[in-house]
Write a protein that binds this ligand. Structure first.
Ligand SMILES: Nc1nc2c(c(=O)[nH]1)N[C@H]1C(S)=C(S)[C@@H](COP(=O)(O)OP(=O)(O)OC[C@H]3O[C@@H](n4cnc5c(=O)[nH]c(N)nc54)[C@H](O)[C@@H]3O)O[C@H]1N2
Ligand SMILES: Nc1nc2c(c(=O)[nH]1)N[C@H]1C(S)=C(S)[C@@H](COP(=O)(O)OP(=O)(O)OC[C@H]3O[C@@H](n4cnc5c(=O)[nH]c(N)nc54)[C@H](O)[C@@H]3O)O[C@H]1N2
Ligand SMILES: [Mo]
Length: 724
């Protein structure tokens, strides 16, 4: 492949044309113009032209990802004869990309252990089987996993059903994603989400982009980064890999940028994998040393300043350099730039959360921001860049094992029920319970629970121990081939823009968006809300506290959410008023925080020793440009110039040091597993001592090490050995 000097630009536009040709220009245009929140990342695109207008109303924001997701949904149906043609063994041989491109799921299918083939069944039979099983097991023997694609309405309804049925084993993909951000932010500001609105980005003159690759994964953020540079501001990138799109990017919707390219990073710093905690603390130490800390702010609006000051003073530069992999001079350079910023925003993604010290990483970001009073004023603050388009909303409306006290109380009151108080399990705990046969039934609203798990061999075995596993999906994925229980049922559902009724989503800026839905493209798939309501009625009957049939109306569900979830009051009439809104109580434009004494909290740490050294390398498992999580759209990763996915990328120095040969086949092993036949590639953009492979294929190597505070696996910090 030809090396690229820029991310974005003509490649993205060319790709859009190709996809449009595949799907039919008119069909795709209509789909992209429908008024629905974008299906891919959580930046919150929506408005009058679904997925192409941001919260500030700017149009058009072209994004390759949303086109990919849209074209996938526009696919034809999987034909009935497919199920007799392809055995499970054949499905298992399919790549993630091949499974995705089989087409849309339109019929319920069941697979019973011992049979080689999935078998189409009627909806009534499918729901009947599930209801019978649910009635025969204890509620605590079930778990309910949600991906972040579904609507607030579907999320609320299913968690309500699960709790009234009798379990708090309710969780979402955030336990594998941003849970460390939620836990970390709550321990800093008392609120678990971004402290700023989209508008604030227009007033910032310094953005930190830590542990993320937004050129591929949040392309629309690139426009904002470009604008910061045009205003003369700084974009400081912290990433062990020099990502092409963070150096130069052509923003497709901006003519000047498209033609000439835009410089993105003004400073690019490469720590070792896992070195951020030491690095950020080193920057904080230097900010204090040069007298740039806002002492008054720290004393008036924070707690823990004295302890933090003493701890920073006690750190030696030696320790900081050794545990971050960054030299003192560069750390001082970051501090100098930060010290001159008027309004700084700290943005981060999985390079921060996918570690055994993910929560501490987030707290260290909080420290650095608070040191200069950068939380609690307009134009500055903390911004976790979320993954799935509605992962934040799903969490807000109650898809968590532990409900907030206010939500729990109001839920009981609104529905006149008493809900279980037993501690619910997080995602990994559910899989471990399945492995130990303490869980018997799993129910997945979207996503790919098998494919997103660490330790793929373990996940396969654990899910295999379940008696029933139910998947509500739009397309086939690796879970349907490898995550198989004694009985596995797949129920086909409608995508957001095919829903017969309006639904709502929440962006990472705490902004609630309304999606109109749209005409169905296939006969067969049902609305998620419809399926959940029908199942709840079948299991719990109509006589109970909730009239499940009436809950098929999304308006009725929104009324309940508006009553139950603080900040969502305006949701009740949103389909009439069409007024999308900012959720109250979460954005901090003044230094009064959501803690009990209104002060933010500062934290001190024990800096972890970097693992690795010698023959052992630190491995990150990441996304390529051509995929959305476990769904692979194309094999190529254009910006990292890889045409295939079965590769491990190492710095040429490491290849020489380990006596290996680039372009040869190697075996990669970790404490969790071994992958033979991996193609070794020289990649001088990664910091020596570190390695890169693609998720989900590399999940056989990821051990089940989790951050004890957020229960998020260390997907970015796997110790591996590479051998010829
Ligand atoms: N196209 C596309 N868009 C997506 C997704 C997708 O799969 N495809 N997924 C969505 C979801 S659910 C999510 S959560 C987000 C994910 O968005 P990202 O977090 O951007 O995705 P990853 O590929 O996991 O990339 C992590 C980045 O972290 C860096 N990194 C790895 N380890 C470290 C470390 O120790 N420190 C630092 N500082 N950096 C590190 C890697 O070099 C890489 O650039 O994207 C969302 N948007
Ligand atoms: N090694 C490693 N593992 C990781 C990560 C990593 O970086 N490295 N990242 C982690 C992260 S951040 C995340 S978020 C998880 C991803 O975890 P998940 O959210 O569980 O997985 P996805 O691959 O996004 O799920 C894709 C499936 O969603 C279904 N789908 C799409 N749209 C809809 C819809 O509207 N409704 C319904 N019901 N289904 C729909 C499709 O059938 C598709 O196959 O993986 C985690 N696992
Ligand atoms: Mo995610």
């Amino acid at each position: 492949m030809k090396p690229r000097t820029h991310g974005g630009g003509w490649h993205a536009i060319g790709y859009a044309w190709k996809k449009a040709r595949d799907a039919g220009f008119l069909r795709l245009w209509r789909a992209m113009r429908s008024k629905n929140a974008c299906k891919t990342c959580a930046l919150g695109m929506g408005g009058q032209a679904g997925g192409m207008v941001n919260e500030a109303g700017h149009f058009p924001e072209v994004c390759k990802k949303s086109l990919q997701a849209m074209v996938a949904d526009l696919q034809g149906a999987i034909k009935p004869e497919f199920w007799q043609t392809y055995s499970v063994a054949q499905l298992q041989a399919f790549s993630p990309r091949e499974l995705e491109s089989c087409g849309r799921l339109t019929q319920p299918v069941v697979l019973e252990r011992g049979s080689q083939y999935y078998r189409p069944i009627e909806w009534d039979e499918a729901l009947g089987r599930i209801a019978t099983k649910l009635r025969s097991v204890a509620p605590r023997e079930t778990f309910w996993y949600f991906s972040g694609r579904s609507s607030n309405e579907a999320g609320f309804l299913l968690q309500l059903f699960a709790r009234i049925y009798g379990t708090n084993n309710v969780n979402n993909c955030s336990f594998y994603c941003h849970q460390a951000s939620g836990v970390g932010l709550s321990s800093v500001t008392g609120s678990g989400t971004a402290t700023i609105e989209l508008e604030d980005l227009n007033a910032t003159d310094c953005v930190f982009v830590i542990g993320g690759n937004p050129a591929s994964n949040h392309p629309r953020l690139m426009t904002m980064l470009m604008q910061v540079r045009r205003r003369g501001g700084d974009v400081i990138v912290i990433n062990p890999v020099v990502e092409t799109g963070l150096v130069n990017f052509r923003v497709p919707s901006d003519v000047r940028s498209l033609l000439f390219g835009s410089k993105i990073a003004s400073l690019y710093v490469q720590p070792d994998i896992g070195g951020d905690l030491a690095l950020l603390s080193g920057v904080a130490k230097r900010v204090v040393e040069i007298g740039a800390a806002e002492e008054q702010f720290l004393m008036d609006y924070c707690r823990g300043w004295e302890a933090l000051r003493a701890w920073l003073a006690s750190l030696s530069w030696d320790e900081i350099e050794r545990k971050s992999g960054v030299r003192r001079g560069q750390i001082e350079e970051i501090a100098v730039r930060y010290a001159r910023a008027k309004n700084a925003v700290f943005a981060w993604t999985m390079g921060i959360t996918h570690h055994a010290h993910g929560v501490q990483n987030v707290q260290a970001i909080g420290n650095l921001a608070l040191l200069r009073g950068m939380v609690g004023k307009p134009g500055a603050g903390l911004l976790p860049i979320r993954g799935h388009s509605n992962v934040q909303g799903i969490g807000s409306v109650g898809v968590t094992p532990q409900l907030k006290d206010a939500v729990f109380a109001r839920l009981q009151q609104h529905f006149h029920v008493s809900l279980p108080t037993e501690t619910g399990m997080d995602t990994l705990a559910c899989i471990e319970a399945a492995d130990a046969r303490r869980a018997r039934v799993g129910f997945c609203l979207g996503g790919n629970l098998y494919g997103s798990n660490p330790d793929a061999a373990f996940a396969r075995r654990a899910l295999g121990n379940l008696e029933l596993l139910v998947y509500l999906n739009t397309t086939l994925n690796t879970g349907h081939a490898h995550g198989l229980a004694e009985e596995t049922i797949i129920l086909p559902v409608l995508a957001r823009d095919e829903e017969p009724q309006p639904t709502t989503q929440e962006s990472m800026f705490n902004f609630v968006r309304l999606s109109d839905g749209g005409p169905r493209r296939h006969v067969g798939p049902k609305s998620e809300v419809g399926v959940i309501a029908a199942l709840a009625a079948a299991v719990l009957g109509d006589a109970g506290p909730v009239d499940w049939r009436s809950m098929q109306a999304t308006g009725k569900i929104r009324e309940a959410i508006a009553k139950v979830v603080p900040g969502f009051e305006k949701l009740a009439g949103i389909d009439r008023t069409k007024r999308e809104f900012q959720i109250g109580g979460r954005t901090f434009h003044e230094p009064r925080f959501a803690t009990d004494d209104s002060r933010a909290r500062l934290h001190t740490f024990v800096l972890p020793e970097l693992p690795g050294g010698g023959a052992m390398l630190r491995l990150m498992t990441v996304r390529s440009e051509g995929q959305f999580n476990t769904v692979v759209y194309e094999d190529a990763d254009v910006y990292r110039v890889q045409e295939r996915r079965d590769v491990i990328l190492l710095h040429p120095e490491d290849i020489a040091r380990l006596g290996l040969r680039a372009e040869s086949r190697v075996a990669v092993s970790s404490e969790a597993g071994r992958m033979p036949g991996v193609l070794l590639r020289a990649f001088d953009r990664i910091k020596p001592g570190n390695a890169l492979m693609y998720y989900p294929e590399a999940n056989v190597l990821v051990p089940r090490t989790v951050d004890p505070l957020s229960r998020t696996p260390a997907f970015k910090s796997v110790l591996v050995r590479v051998e010829a």
